[in-house]
Design a protein around this ligand. Structure first.
Ligand code: HPA
Length: 275
């Protein structure tokens, strides 16, 4: 795993002398951020050995090196999901590549359904913590050499990066809530009974990604910040059925605030790095 992560990292590093320490994974709802990037190099996932190919509409699947708000960033646009049939080790392989590339901080974004009744479509939510309800763990399997086996997850999401995200949202005029993200395997959406159960477990939003990546990122020693775009009220929380089209449309509508938020975050991140 480590060897192939090194191989893919080498390809990325050879593409440009730019050496970002911040990486961003763009989930549905955050694709417009790519239009704001001053692109220096872009590589389709198919050119990066070991990368799972993203097959879902709204997830294109490429690694982009460039500048966002003048700040060097490595962007993974599109991600593979467990529900597509990949093992979690494969879904999270790109995170190991980021670590090999010298990335220190990782912003994970996603689209999520709002469980908390005070959350509305178009709101953003910073992840304060997560609940892994996928039913498996990305670290399951043979122990990776020179990686810790039992990872402490007391504080998955970095408090300093969290503060930056709130400042970034304020400057963007975006409504940023904070809450617990619960990850399910999908691809079916939840039943209203499941959503009621998840609310009792302490979840504020539900989605099908991010948690495996956050766990692997912590194993690799990356600082992590998580950001959801609330694209819909979770099942049973509104009067109409859920659809992927609705999720994508809400994500698109939030597009401008999404890129402003991320651009501001990159700028603030660069400032703290040089302080
Ligand atoms: N459930 C699960 N995943 C999601 C949802 C949802 O309601 N909205 C966006 N991703």
């Amino acid at each position: 795993m480590k060897t192939s992560a090194k191989k893919a990292a080498q390809i990325l590093r050879r593409a440009t002398p730019l050496r970002p320490t911040l990486a961003i994974v763009l989930g549905s709802g955050f694709g417009s951020v790519l239009d704001r990037v001053e692109v220096v190099a872009r590589l389709a996932y198919s050119k990066l050995p070991g990368f799972p190919l993203a097959s879902i509409a709204g997830h294109s699947g490429e690694a982009v090196l460039g500048k966002l708000g003048g700040v060097p960033v490595l962007i993974l646009s599109g991600r593979a999901h467990y529900y597509e049939g990949h093992e979690l080790a494969r879904v999270t392989f790109p995170i190991r590549v980021l670590a090999e590339c010298g990335i220190k901080s990782l912003l994970l974004t996603n689209a999520a359904g709002g469980i908390n009744r005070t959350f509305h479509p178009g709101d953003f939510m910073r992840l304060t913590d997560h609940i892994n309800f996928i039913g498996t763990n990305p670290l399951r399997g043979p122990a990776a050499a020179d990686c810790e086996r039992f990872i402490d997850l007391t504080q998955v999401y970095d408090p300093i990066l969290a503060k930056l995200l709130h400042r970034a949202a304020r400057h963007a005029g975006a409504k940023l809530r904070a809450g617990v993200y619960l990850a399910v395997s999908g691809p079916s959406y939840e039943t209203p009974a499941e959503i009621r159960a998840f609310a009792r477990l302490g979840a504020d939003a539900v989605g099908m990604s991010t948690v495996p990546e956050a766990i692997v990122a912590r194993q690799c020693g990356l600082r992590v910040v998580g950001l959801s775009c609330i694209t819909n009220a979770a099942a049973g929380r509104s009067s109409h059925p859920l659809s992927h089209v609705e999720v994508l449309a809400a994500g698109q509508a939030a597009g401008q605030q999404a890129w402003q938020l991320l651009e501001n975050f990159a700028t603030l991140y660069a400032k703290t790095e040089t302080d």
